[in-house]
Design a protein. Structure first.
Length: 83
């Protein structure tokens, strides 16, 4: 299994948009944190995007079938959780 992240952006007009799926390439798990993953989304969308409008779902990709398996860990900005 390969760990990856589905990155999403909350577009004020179109709603939630999939940015892409990014595989985890770092070997040191201490370097993996929410801020670094959100930073990947900001690199794709640009620095003008508010990082609170980006969230991700941690997934595992089955190497044999290519299917995505959701790992029950969704990161959402705090303002999303307050609603």
């Amino acid at each position: 299994m390969v760990v990856a992240y589905e990155l999403y952006w909350r577009d004020p007009i179109k709603g939630y948009q999939l940015i892409g799926v990014v595989p985890e390439l770092r070997k040191n798990p201490e370097r993996i944190n929410q801020k670094s993953i959100i930073g990947l989304g900001r690199k794709v969308l640009g620095k003008k995007v508010d990082s609170n409008d980006i969230f991700f779902i941690k997934i595992a990709k089955d190497e044999n079938t290519g299917k995505n398996l959701w790992l029950n860990s969704v990161y959402r900005p705090l303002k999303e959780l307050r609603k």
